[in-house]
Write a protein that binds this ligand. Structure first.
Ligand code: GLY
Length: 304
């Protein structure tokens, strides 16, 4: 049994492992782990306390995938629900669809009994106001709403790496699952989706080969179909490290003036795991059933 997560998943990795130890599925484990991060107001890239879009609205993206069946569910630009990962799971289980966005996702969440709450914390609101003031010297929202496409470039703020949370679990039956949740890039254009809700971009799991999940500039993972690529490279017989290296080569081919931090975690079918980042010093966390505490391991550095 194994749980692997991005470093900000450390707060939830024990909860995920408890699920596995109790005989729960990999799907249950990733959902449990992600939910803890979504409720952490200190994490400004996920759930409650996430930094808002240009209009000051917290818009959340999440996805979940079952490596046994290749079933998947996702939500994008969802407002007012603390646990988008659980809504994504209900999309997978209750609907003949994979991805719901915006008002439709909120409607479905309400139908499934998810409570509404304001996710914009005071700290996140102050950070948003400050960023707008720094950028324009005028915090009148009207000024930004008039021609917001110009201000969307604020989302590519190199000082504010976009973390997102990734979880991959392998349960006692050898099944893999992956869960991803994010508030997306701070100050993004309203309605922008990153890679996190896009199956194959920000997440992918297939018991037969392995699983991958991404954080960072989601636009790159969408264009290169990064998580699915890792799994396909594993299918071609590459080692886990070579599969990740090949996926990074694909990213390096992209022409992208906003290219920025990009990281991933990956697990192969045997339970070997790896974290990769283009930022030196970045880490990820991993825990097996025999461990009392997770280990925080360095990510391999690869360039994009
Ligand atoms: N990787 C998360 C995002 O781009 O929103």
């Amino acid at each position: 049994m194994l749980v692997v997560a991005s470093a900000n998943g450390k707060v939830g990795i024990q909860a995920a492992m408890e699920v596995l130890r109790a005989g729960g599925s990999a799907l249950d484990a990733v959902e449990a782990g992600v939910r803890v991060v979504e409720s952490n107001p200190e994490d400004h890239t996920v759930g409650l306390g996430g930094l808002p879009n240009l209009l000051g609205e917290v818009e959340l993206d999440a996805s979940i995938m079952d490596g046994a069946t290749l079933a998947a569910g996702a939500v994008g630009a969802l407002q007012g629900v603390e646990h988008p990962i659980s809504v994504a799971r209900r999309v997978m289980e209750e609907l003949p669809h994979v991805l719901l966005v915006g008002a439709g996702a909120a409607r479905f969440a309400a139908e499934m009994g998810f409570e509404r709450r304001d996710l914009l914390t005071e700290e996140a609101r102050r950070a948003w106001e400050e960023r707008l003031r720094q950028a324009g010297g005028d915090q009148s929202l009207q000024r930004y709403t008039a021609a917001m496409r110009r201000w969307a470039k604020l989302a590519a703020d190199p000082e504010r790496p976009n973390e997102t949370v990734n979880f991959i679990a392998r349960d006692g039956r050898g099944n893999l699952a992956v869960g991803v949740s994010t508030s997306g890039w701070a100050w993004k254009y309203p309605g922008r989706l990153g890679d996190s809700p896009v199956i194959g971009a920000g997440n992918y799991a297939d018991n037969r080969y392995g699983a991958g999940a991404c954080t960072g500039r989601g636009e790159m993972a969408i264009r290169a179909a990064t998580a699915r690529s890792i799994v396909l490279y594993l299918k071609q017989g590459m080692s886990l490290e070579d599969a990740c290296r090949e996926a990074y080569r694909d990213l390096a081919d992209l022409v992208d003036p906003y290219a920025g931090p990009f990281s991933l975690i990956a697990v192969d079918r045997a339970g070997r795991h790896l974290g990769v980042s283009n930022r030196p010093g970045a880490t990820y966390v991993a825990m097996t059933a025999e461990m009392d505490e997770p280990v925080e391991a360095p990510r391999l550095v690869m360039n994009v």
